[in-house]
Design a binder for this molecule. Structure first.
Ligand code: IPE
Ligand code: IPE
Ligand code: MG
Length: 260
């Protein structure tokens, strides 16, 4: 999709930003408030992040909103999060559409209620033609689930005689994972101070630059996001090559396997 603007961004700016929005519960607990208050404050920070991406010319933003494992939280918290999710879908979609945002959801959609699934479908179809920012919400999402569903889809093709096992390679598996039509994330940000991936985009993050902050998600501001972007702009991404090769002082050898 060379013509898709997601493949371009101003120099030094990530084309695709992936974010683990963590720390809502602790933000509320520090204020001696119920965790749900933190989730509500977190929903406001989502808008800060979207505004920032629109202003800076970032073309794709993938937000981790709810993981496969988060279903195992106390029933009360899961129920309240679902309500918040539904409300946000009802409240925000029109404005996002107006601003040229394409909304997509990745994850195991079957686990959500009919009402939420309908709202997700609606948000996706209304905004399908927008290209200014690809906003992907990972909900009921797990990186392992994603790879497993890609493997299942290939197995179905093999069983139907459409594909030979020998044809399965990285490129083909990569074409069946979520967001295969977008460039992989250039920059990953996790708030909340924990240094882990927590089953987010396992396949897609293979060469993503990682950036962590102690700041809790509801405290997010444009200044912090700019610090992450400045840090990213100063990094040399080598993708397995030497620094001299990346700088153009040494030629890049043809890798037999990948160039075949
Ligand atoms: C992230 O905040 C939001 C979700 C996982 C839904 P948390 O709820 O994980 O907040 P902490 O990590 O407990 O502070
Ligand atoms: C990751 O946060 C998932 C989301 C932000 C939606 P968690 O709070 O679930 O991650 P862990 O449990 O601390 O690894
Ligand atoms: Mg957390």
């Amino acid at each position: 999709m060379a013509s898709d603007p997601a493949n371009t961004a101003p120099a030094g700016i990530p084309r695709h930003l992936a974010v683990i929005m963590d720390g809502n519960g602790r933000w509320a607990e520090r204020r001696r408030r119920p965790r749900m208050i933190g989730h509500r404050a977190g929903a406001r920070a989502v808008n800060v992040c979207i505004d920032f991406c629109l202003e800076r010319g970032i073309r794709a933003l993938t937000l981790f909103a709810f993981s496969s494992e988060n279903w195992a939280r106390p029933e009360e918290e899961v129920g309240a999060l679902m309500k918040l999710f539904l409300n946000a879908l009802e409240r925000e979609v029109e404005e996002l559409h107006r601003r040229g945002v394409r909304i997509r959801f990745i994850g195991e959609r079957a686990r959500f209620s009919d009402a939420i699934r309908q709202r997700m479908d609606h948000a996706e179809s209304v905004t399908a033609g927008n290209r200014r920012l690809h906003l992907n919400i990972a909900a009921s999402y797990g990186g392992r689930w994603d790879i497993a569903q890609a493997a299942r889809s290939l197995a179905e093709d093999v069983a139907a005689g459409r594909l030979a096992p020998a044809d399965i390679d990285e490129r083909l598996l990569g074409s069946r994972v979520a967001l295969a039509d977008l460039p992989p994330p250039d920059l990953f940000i996790r708030t909340g101070g924990d240094l882990r991936i927590s089953n987010f985009l396992l396949w897609q993050l293979a060469y993503t630059e990682l950036w962590f902050t102690e700041l809790l998600w509801p405290e997010l501001d444009a200044t912090t996001l700019q610090v992450a972007l400045d840090d990213y702009a100063g990094r040399q991404r080598r993708f397995g090559l030497t620094g001299a090769q990346v700088a153009g002082r040494e030629p890049v050898a043809q890798d037999n396997e990948n160039s075949a």
